[in-house]
Design a protein around this ligand. Structure first.
Ligand SMILES: N[C@@H](CCC(=O)N[C@@H](CS)C(=O)NCC(=O)O)C(=O)O
Length: 235
């Protein structure tokens, strides 16, 4: 059984990967909100928990785990002996699950993160960077589609942490004005995962102070601010 688990997080895709996993495994845990807009993640006490100065991180008693993918793997290794959202080590499905997890960690996360940055958060407008990262994000969605057009889940025949990890990012496609209907398998998979109770709880950790409509408005304002600037690319 779980004992003394603490999640250090904020309401972002990488944070949701950890909170959804905890919720899907029905683990009791405490949450410490780390407000990344106030740079709490760079404070010395937090760097002891995550030397990379980012969320999420967890502590299990005195033991710390950082990097969202490592957190997910730790939680299933320790608390998913029934393989509710994982596969046994050494099985073919286990390595498929790892493949899709690494695909998210090295692909969708960093690329969509940069697309978010240049489209909605940057201090200058760079049409080149927007085009580059939005195009790459879409290409990665096509890779997901190549699997999900004919399968319900990414690895094997059940929902696993590979689905959770990729879902946490892909659900944010509308923030980039990407219409998921372009990838019908991905769209159905997002809807299927969104409907899960553990996911609904997980995407509200730490509890949001804003409604989804308010969040939409904030993203629109951020995008509009950049769109109203002059493009700074010099070719
Ligand atoms: N590879 C890391 C990325 C973590 C990450 O980028 N977290 C973002 C929020 S989604 C963050 O903490 N940003 C604040 C910062 O970079 O200072 C992971 O998967 O845990």
């Amino acid at each position: 059984m779980a004992n003394d688990l603490t999640l250090y997080s904020f309401g972002t895709p990488n944070g949701f990967k950890a909170s959804i996993t905890l919720e899907e495994l029905n683990l009791p845990y405490k949450t410490e909100k780390i407000d990344i807009t106030k740079n709490i993640q760079k404070e010395p006490w937090f760097l002891e928990i995550n030397p990379n100065g980012r969320i999420p991180a967890i502590k299990d008693g005195d033991f710390r785990v950082f990097e969202s993918g490592a957190i997910m793997l730790y939680l299933v290794d320790k608390y998913d002996s029934e393989h509710k959202i994982s596969y046994p080590h050494g099985s073919g499905e286990y390595y498929e699950m790892l493949g899709w997890l690494m695909f998210q960690m090295g692909g969708i996360g960093p690329m969509q993160g940069q697309a978010n940055h240049f489209l909605a958060m940057a201090k200058v407008r760079s049409d080149y960077a927007i085009e580059r990262y939005v195009t790459e994000t879409k290409r990665l969605y096509s890779v997901l589609e190549s699997r999900l057009a004919s399968h319900d889940w990414l690895a094997g025949d059940k929902y696993t942490l590979a689905d959770i990890a990729n879902f946490a990012w892909v659900r944010g496609a509308p923030n980039l004005l990407i219409d998921l209907n372009e990838w019908p398998g991905v769209k159905k998979w997002v809807d299927r995962i969104s409907a899960r109770e553990g996911v609904q709880r997980g995407i509200n950790v730490p509890p949001s102070t804003m409604t989804p409509e308010q969040m939409k408005g904030i993203w629109a304002n951020m995008r509009n601010k950049i769109a109203s600037m002059e493009n700074t690319d010099k070719h």
